[in-house]
Design a protein around this ligand. Structure first.
Ligand code: URC
Length: 299
């Protein structure tokens, strides 16, 4: 009557920490990640016939993550995700696809008395670096890198006017508003043919470029809208990282409402006099886009 249409399974929320100890300088460097591994392949009978012989236990996937983390660098996370995926599809003939997601958490080195401290770090924000890698047997590796939860605000330099108006429109036009968003930015790499090709890429430099472009464009653009500003970010990242095929953003527009305080002794707090605002938690705008390269003209 029924059939298994799709299946994958694995271990989620594998928490991982690795320290690199430079014995010469005494400087230690730490990386903390949350890893998810999900495997696909000839595993149907484990669902349909209660046959566990095909199951690479989720505990085995967790132990493998620890062992490969010991034997390989875990930074950049893109490379470690590809190392894990490569291991699963090569080690088990009946496993054909490995999905590996890695969330990298921030541990920023402390500056004490103006000097970087050799072994002390702090969490400077909830921002995370995310990697989603899919390794397919004999087909290569696809990787998407992401920035998430990067909270930004500019107190001026943002406008929104000239938008469509009809009988449902209440929003006044503005030439000066607060702009705040929690950046979710992703960039999809070209398909890599194997792990060796992945190992040649400087993923950390690309992450830094994408992050710097996001912040600089947000700060410096005389924003006509979230849409127009995010398109500029996408365009700049495509230009900066040639191996990237597509860039996407999802930006919530976190509204800050003016408050009319004129009822109190004629206090002026609207328009150019507005200094006290009411931050809104919901609803929020949500603006998304994906930008790719124009196909090369054949002329
Ligand atoms: O930058 C914006 N884009 C919109 O689409 C929109 N809609 C809205 O109400 N405010 C804004 N701001």
């Amino acid at each position: 009557m029924s059939q298994l249409s799709y299946a994958r399974y694995g271990k989620d929320n594998i928490r991982l920490y690795k320290v690199d100890k430079n014995e010469k300088t005494g400087v230690q460097t730490v990386v903390e990640q949350t890893v998810c591994t999900l495997l696909e392949g000839d595993i149907d009978v484990s669902y349909t016939k209660a046959d566990n012989s095909v199951v690479v236990a989720t505990d085995t996937q967790k132990q493998t993550t620890y062992i490969l983390a010991k034997q390989n660098p875990i930074d950049p996370p893109e490379q470690f995700a590809a190392i894990l995926g490569d291991h699963f599809v090569k080690t088990y003939p009946h496993i054909h696809v490995a999905h590996v997601k890695i969330i990298q958490h921030r541990w920023t080195r402390m500056n004490i008395d103006g000097k970087p401290h050799p072994h002390s770090f702090y969490r400077d924000s909830q921002e995370i670096r995310v990697v989603e890698a899919v390794t397919r047997e004999n087909e290569g590796v696809t990787i998407r890198s992401k920035i998430e939860k990067l909270l930004v605000l500019k107190s001026t330099g943002s406008a929104f006017h000239g938008f469509h108006r009809d009988e449902f429109t209440r929003l006044p036009e503005t030439w000066d508003r607060i702009l705040s968003t929690e950046v979710e930015a992703g960039w999809k790499w070209k398909t890599f043919k194997d792990l060796a090709e992945v190992k040649k890429v400087d993923f950390n430099a690309a992450w830094e470029q994408a992050r710097n472009i996001t912040l600089k464009t947000f700060a410096e653009d005389d924003s006509a809208s979230v849409q127009a500003t995010m398109y500029k970010m996408c365009d700049l990242i495509l230009a900066a990282v040639p191996l990237v095929e597509a860039v996407d953003y999802a930006l919530p527009n976190k509204h800050y409402f003016e408050i009319d305080l004129s009822w109190y002794k004629g206090l002026k707090n609207t328009g150019k006099d507005a200094t006290v605002f009411a931050p809104q938690s919901d609803p929020n705008g949500l603006i998304q886009c994906t930008v790719t390269r124009k196909p090369k003209s054949k002329l």
